[in-house]
Design a binder for this molecule. Structure first.
Ligand code: 6PG
Length: 242
């Protein structure tokens, strides 16, 4: 499902309402809401909204468990840390039990951080289970990457591990990312895409052709769950008729 919103503010408000209703449905059904969130710039307004007076009392945070779709291999107080983005805008503003924060320890060696995160996910969802996140919030880069799954990367072929380290030649940095099987096992995927810089790749990814499979974002196809794209007007300007 694709929804086009006038701008980032409208997109973030819509995302906040989706988050609130998904949390209510999941907690009513399972007494928990397990959500994996992304970094980057686009979701920041959403996090700020959810931590604001207007929203924070609409969610039963006692039953919400935060995970991350990916993380940069930096300390948690580093400006580049996806944990820090969420902490400053949201987690520090809500009554969330500390044990409900399942962060990727970016300060550790990448292999160890990925292994520890996988163990944490298996502990939470159960060893045998393919982890079924209730909601995963994803963004999309100008090259069609999502989480830290980049075009042409071997990480796209991973079928067993839940979380893996990835090394980015440019800028020569390490990251930890959830793998495609985990993304595709989610009950709900929510893509947030805004700004003119995303228009070109979006026209490929949402276009008819097979080219979309060349982009990691085009490989996110939930096995059983639903998928919503929230896109702002600037990002769809190359996509006639949307
Ligand atoms: C990250 C993200 C990444 C992000 C895209 C889009 O760690 O950077 O998880 O996948 O979602 O790069 O980023 P923007 O929202 O900043 O365009």
């Amino acid at each position: 499902m694709i929804e086009v919103l006038p701008d980032l503010e409208a997109l973030s408000l819509r995302a906040a309402s989706i988050f609130v209703s998904a949390s209510k449905n999941s907690i009513a059904a399972k007494k928990r809401f397990a959500v994996a969130i992304s970094g980057g710039s686009t979701p920041r307004r959403l996090y700020t909204l959810l931590g604001s007076e207007a929203y924070r009392d609409q969610v039963d945070w006692q039953h919400v468990h935060f995970f991350w779709a990916d993380e940069r291999c930096v300390p948690k107080d580093d400006e580049a840390s996806n944990f820090r983005i969420a902490f400053d805008a949201l987690l520090s503003k809500i009554a969330l039990p500390q044990e409900n924060i399942h962060r990727i320890k970016g300060e550790e060696a990448p292999d160890k951080a990925a292994r520890d995160y996988e163990e944490e996910i298996r502990r939470f969802f159960g060893e045998s289970e393919r982890p079924g996140f209730d909601l995963i919030i994803l963004g999309m880069g100008e090259d069609g990457h999502t989480a830290s799954l980049f075009p042409g990367s071997k990480s796209l072929e991973e079928t067993v591990k839940l979380a893996i380290p990835v090394y980015l030649e440019k800028p020569g940095k390490n990251r930890i990312t959830l793998t495609l099987p985990v993304l595709n096992s989610a009950d709900q995927i929510l893509f947030l895409v805004a700004g003119p810089s995303k228009a070109a790749v979006l026209s490929e990814v949402l276009g008819e052709g097979e080219k979309k499979k060349g982009f990691p974002v085009g490989l996110v196809r939930p096995d059983h769950g639903s998928m919503i794209w929230l896109i702002d007007q600037e990002a769809v300007r190359k996509l006639g008729g949307l």
